[in-house]
Ligand binder design. Structure first.
Ligand SMILES: NC(=O)c1ccc[n+]([C@@H]2O[C@H](COP(=O)([O-])OP(=O)(O)OC[C@H]3O[C@@H](n4cnc5c(N)ncnc54)[C@H](O)[C@@H]3O)[C@@H](O)[C@H]2O)c1
Length: 251
């Protein structure tokens, strides 16, 4: 129970990879808040009917007021947030196109959720982490940013920003014993991405073949890295990007 006594907030934790992170953090002994645009309460109840170990909170990561209110709710319900998993993003519902075919609105919508979201959440949890001189921020990036994957320019660029923001957070928060690291998965078969036929058809086979370990990635392949980064075992690691994609790229 290496995270006993800790409280984690997982944004976008109602479904997909986020929900797998919630399950693992609970198994590690943490109390966990699921923050999501929709489905947070039901998802939390599925893990814990008492509400004492897992709490659902409705939040829009792109809206600063909503984030502040959600963080206050979690602090009141479970105690201060020790571990933030910035997982919420626009991803599985996106349509793949050459960059010139995206509108400025589409670009900004992805940037708002995928870059302003982690900024809003880090800003809201930092005061408590600083006060206790301990904190873990784990930003979910993507190996697509390191590969420069074609036909998802807004998303890939947003994940590049997440990696850069992680490095800045590491520099600015290290003095308070707060670490910030990025987890970069490759295409991983979460429930929602499996419904995106276009994405699977365009990328699925090529991505499998690009890996040293040539198979599909599952949410279970990622949870150990989150568990490690959240723990004291990773106390001296910060500003790093951990690529968990079966050796598709080496950094
Ligand atoms: N699945 C993959 O192949 C893959 C690969 C690399 C990186 N990632 C990253 O992993 C994370 C999770 O991916 P996923 O496949 O589970 O995605 P998903 O689309 O299935 O889930 C995203 C979750 O975020 C929530 N969300 C969206 N906008 C939100 C907002 N404004 N405020 C709060 N919650 C919001 C959604 O409701 C959903 O529950 C994302 O950051 C994604 O970019 C996924």
């Amino acid at each position: 129970m290496k995270l006993q006594g800790k409280v984690a907030l997982v944004t976008g934790g109602a479904t997909g990879l986020g929900n797998a992170f919630v399950q693992r953090l609970l198994a590690d002994g943490a109390r966990v808040a699921i923050g999501d645009l929709r489905g947070a309460h039901d998802a939390a109840r599925a893990h814990d009917t008492t509400g004492s170990r897992c709490l659902g909170v409705a939040m829009d990561v792109a809206d600063e007021a909503s984030v502040k209110a959600a963080v206050q709710t979690v602090e009141a319900g479970l105690g201060g947030i020790d571990i933030l998993i910035n997982n919420a993003a626009l991803f599985s519902t996106l349509v793949n196109r050459p960059f010139e075919e995206y509108s400025a609105d589409e670009w900004m919508q992805v940037m708002r959720v995928n870059t302003l979201g982690p900024f809003n959440c880090a800003k809201a949890v930092a005061p408590h982490m600083k006060a206790q001189r301990w904190g873990r921020i784990i930003n979910v990036a993507s190996t697509s940013a390191l590969k420069g994957l074609a036909n998802m320019a807004h998303y890939v660029t947003s994940k590049g920003a997440v990696i850069t923001f992680t490095r800045v957070l590491a520099r600015e928060l290290g003095a308070w014993n707060i670490t910030a690291n990025a987890l970069a998965p490759g295409l991983t078969l979460s429930d929602q991405i499996l419904k995106n036929d276009d994405h699977m058809a365009k990328f699925g086979e090529a991505i499998r073949k690009s890996r040293s370990i040539q198979r599909d990635a599952l949410p279970a392949d990622l949870v150990g890295t989150v568990s490690f980064l959240a723990s004291d075992d990773a106390a001296f690691m910060t500003g790093q990007t951990l690529c968990v994609e079966g050796g598709a790229i080496f950094v």
